[in-house]
Ligand binder design. Structure first.
Ligand code: ZN
Length: 345
């Protein structure tokens, strides 16, 4: 089967590769239609590793996917052939202690697409457990279906924040996850979200959404903007979605006493964390690793019309041009939010 294969750091190929094809009793076979290019896919391409996950053998990339069910296992009752679906890319061991606690995203044995040594889905079809495959309503497109995976991270962040209706939130970082966190925070009840970044084009895209205020930190002070918006009290919630160590300088100045800091962005360098500042405000600190139990609700929000992720899709490439899509994503262009690759019609 043809696939986009990361041969090794910095080397991509579209070529035939043997992938598992047997449909077990609780599995479905899915013809892949659309796959989003994720920062993690790009990082494996450019760096060959993320933390302790190192690409040692050729690996198919892609984990943000939507497609059509073409075959169902003997025990599958929830899906049928022809259903349009999106897929949750991490499959835990359902008998694990983490799964039994409902925190299957942190199951140490989770098998996650395009995380070594597990192949991703930039290929014609995949076999996946029905329990991690979600039907898309007719009014949700494949392109939107392939946005559910990154949106689920924003949903997880909003859930972890424990939003109360009317809360004011800050999101540091205006990449796809930052913007989707802001959108999820509004859907979760925030009255207002202030988002900051250095990239004017990305801030302009975020600022199109009602309820989101963009702050370009090359031109204005985020701390002053937050103080003005909250009469000096501070934001109820601060989401750190940049992963930049610099974002942590003065981060507790943004937060109200007793507020919640949610760590979403994954820093790749050490971070200086001001523990006294956190203690003096008795700040709550939450962390986000992927998501658990969010796909259904993410699909519902898009189907309801309350959330529109289409403005975040910057460009779409044909599968034959997927190497070009990755080369572009690796450049990190200021105006690019999400690139997608289409395999289906
Ligand atoms: Zn992703």
């Amino acid at each position: 089967m043809q696939a986009l294969v990361l041969e090794r750091k910095g080397e991509l190929a579209i070529r035939d590769i043997d992938l598992p094809r047997d449909v077990g009793p609780n599995d479905v076979r899915i013809a892949i239609h659309t796959v989003g290019v994720c920062g993690s896919d790009v990082h494996y391409y450019t760096h060959g590793a993320i933390g302790s996950f190192v690409v040692r053998d050729p690996m198919v990339l892609g984990h943000e996917a939507a497609g059509t069910v073409t075959e169902i296992g003997a025990e599958v009752k929830t899906l049928k052939v022809g259903d349009r679906v999106c897929m949750e890319p991490g499959v835990p061991n359902m008998a694990s202690r983490a799964s039994k606690l409902g925190i299957y995203n942190v199951d140490p044995d989770v098998r996650f697409w395009a995380t070594p040594p597990i192949h991703g889905v930039l290929t014609a079809e995949v076999v996946h457990p029905a329990a991690f495959t979600y039907k898309l309503p007719d009014n949700v497109s494949f392109a939107e279906g392939a946005m559910i995976e990154p949106f689920a991270v924003g949903m997880q962040a909003a859930s972890r924040a424990g939003i109360a209706p009317g809360d004011v939130a800050v999101v540091i970082g205006c990449g796809p996850i930052g913007i989707m966190t802001a959108i999820a925070a509004l859907a979760g009840g925030c009255s207002r979200v202030i988002i900051s970044d250095l990239s004017a084009p990305k801030l302009a895209i975020a600022g199109q959404y009602a309820g989101i205020t963009s702050v370009n930190i090359t031109e204005a002070s985020l701390a002053e903007t937050v103080a003005d918006a909250t009469d000096g009290w501070g934001a109820d919630i601060v989401f750190e979605a940049s992963g930049s160590p610099r974002a942590y300088q003065g981060i507790f100045d943004l937060l109200r006493p007793g507020g919640t800091l949610v760590l979403v962005g994954l820093p790749v360098e050490p971070v200086a964390f001001d523990i006294p500042a956190a203690i003096f405000k008795e700040a709550h600190i939450e962390t986000v690793f992927r998501y658990a139990n969010n796909f259904d609700r993410a699909v519902n929000l898009i189907a309801s019309g309350k959330v529109d992720l289409k403005p975040l899709i910057t460009d779409t490439y044909a599968f034959a041009d997927s190497i070009a899509a990755f080369e572009r994503a690796a450049k990190g262009l200021a105006e690019d939010v999400k690139l997608q690759i289409r395999l289906g019609d």
